[in-house]
Design a protein. Structure first.
Length: 470
């Protein structure tokens, strides 16, 4: 009798985008897969972060659009008389809807896994050496599972500081925002990175007075300089108070509100404060060091471009690693890790080719090399920028703020780009395709764009970067 070959067993700790995609890829390639998740499939990306936050931002954008509809000639009437629209926000109902959508999305993802044959364990996991995982089920029962490959996808949680500890009432992290039942009168946002800028923009759109505290020269210091400056101008024009080069030392709940004390002694009073000062990887207590898995000084798992750790059979993906903390990157890492461990074609993840987006209003999307790299001589190339105010579709839609910027090498290959405007997250895709596939500006320019369209400015920028061959 022929002995049945034992399947390659992959155990995944964490069911966020990376763990989810890794599980499906493993099943697709014929492996046995066990996934351990303590909260719900989709992880924080679906349950408490990406899905609900972008839903809140979309709601704020819709409210803002109603307020400015009269600029397009739309009139609102009451008893036959024209009135200025007054937007009433039921934040409790909005948050209830967002959390329900997140819950349904998580449930759909879990159903997808189990229907495909993934062994799902609702609980937590930790390494016991580098070939075994201890799974602790919800009822407290422990199970020791042998694994040929282990993939760690445990995500991260909001970073907190001793002088501004969240209380869930007035001093908040992004996890607490969906418990609010009313729009804050005055939201003070500590931190001007992506998370801080996105929520500052969202609450301004919902009708809050907003103060954004930035310890740097500008908001979004890691983004394209022109884009960051434009967003800051828009923030200020909309009535937001932006404090640059201002470091928050402490935040206190006064009972009726919050008081933020700055390093220079100034104090700012508001109704609520959002602490957006980064994230901490959920790597503590997982037995990683004991298993020989290398961690960085910040507690992130060190991985290479195929998501492999210092232990050959242990991989790690997502926000718990020293890679880019994006859901799309985590998902790509998850698939790549499985392809690599099972011997399929595994293309190393090239971070420079990753398209990223900041969901402010307007949005900022970018891919490839930044303009600063060209200016600093790290790469040779040219830049062409087109303001959206010159685009016919933008004019028709009442879009005043934004631009499309394209970067090309001296040989004419598209090496990067930046889009600032409504739905920049969608407009960056053709530029990302060009960067990933090393298309030339001429190849982009000769691709037909609909007229009128915002994407037409991409082909226009590409035409401007044409290198004559006379």
């Amino acid at each position: 009798m022929t002995e049945t070959k034992k399947k390659h067993h992959i155990v995944i700790i964490g069911g966020g985008p990376g763990g989810y995609e890794a599980a499906l890829a493993g099943i697709q390639l014929g492996a046995q897969v066990t996934l351990i998740e303590r909260n719900g499939v989709g992880g924080s990306a679906v349950l408490t972060d990406v899905v609900p936050s972008k839903g809140l931002i979309a709601t704020a954008d819709a409210a803002d659009a109603v307020r400015h509809a009269t600029e397009l000639g739309i009139r609102f009437k009451s008893e036959g008389k024209s009135v200025q629209p007054q937007v009433d926000i039921d934040l409790g109902a909005i948050n209830q809807r967002l959390l329900q959508i997140a819950k349904e999305q998580s449930s759909d993802m879990q159903a997808e896994l189990t229907s495909n044959g993934v062994n799902f364990i609702h609980g937590s996991g930790r390494l016991d050496g580098n070939h075994h995982v201890i799974a602790t089920h919800q009822d407290g029962r422990e199970e020791r599972i042998e694994a040929k490959t282990i993939i760690v996808a445990v995500g991260a949680h909001p970073r907190t500081l001793e002088t501004m500890l969240p209380d869930g009432q007035r001093i908040l992290t992004w996890l607490d925002l969906y418990n609010l039942t009313a729009v804050p009168d005055h939201m003070i946002v500590v931190g001007s990175g992506v998370t801080g800028a996105e929520f500052a923009s969202a609450f301004a759109g919902l009708g809050s007075q907003v103060t954004l505290i930035s310890s740097r020269d500008t908001v979004l210091p890691s983004e394209d300089k022109d884009a960051a400056e434009l967003i800051e101008r828009v923030f200020r024009r909309k009535g937001m108070q932006v404090l640059n080069k201002a470091r928050a030392e402490s935040v206190t709940n006064t009972g009726a509100g919050v008081e933020v004390t700055l390093a220079d002694g100034r104090t700012i009073n508001g109704s609520h404060a959002l602490i957006a000062v980064g994230a901490i990887p959920n790597t503590a207590g997982l037995g990683l060091v004991e298993a020989g898995v290398e961690l960085t000084e910040t507690g992130h798992i060190a991985v290479n471009k195929v998501a492999r750790t210092s232990r050959a059979n242990v991989y790690a993906v997502g926000d718990c690693t020293n890679f880019l903390p994006l859901a799309s990157v985590s998902a790509m890492q998850g698939r790549t890790a499985v392809f690599h461990t099972l011997g399929d074609v595994a293309s190393p993840t090239q971070l420079r080719n990753v398209a990223a987006n900041v969901f402010t209003n307007p949005e900022i999307a970018s891919v490839g090399w930044q303009q600063s790299a060209i200016e600093d001589g790290k790469v040779n190339g040219s830049v062409h920028k087109i303001m959206l105010e010159a685009n016919p579709r933008a004019k028709l839609s009442g879009i005043e703020d934004g631009f499309i910027k394209l970067f090309a090498s001296t040989g004419g290959t598209v090496i990067g780009g930046v889009v600032v405007g409504p739905k920049a997250s969608e407009l960056i895709y053709p530029i990302a395709l060009a960067v990933e596939n090393r298309l030339t500006v001429d190849e982009v320019a000769k691709t037909f764009a609909v007229y009128p369209s915002l994407s037409g400015s991409i082909t226009e920028a590409a035409r401007a970067l044409h290198i004559p061959n006379l």
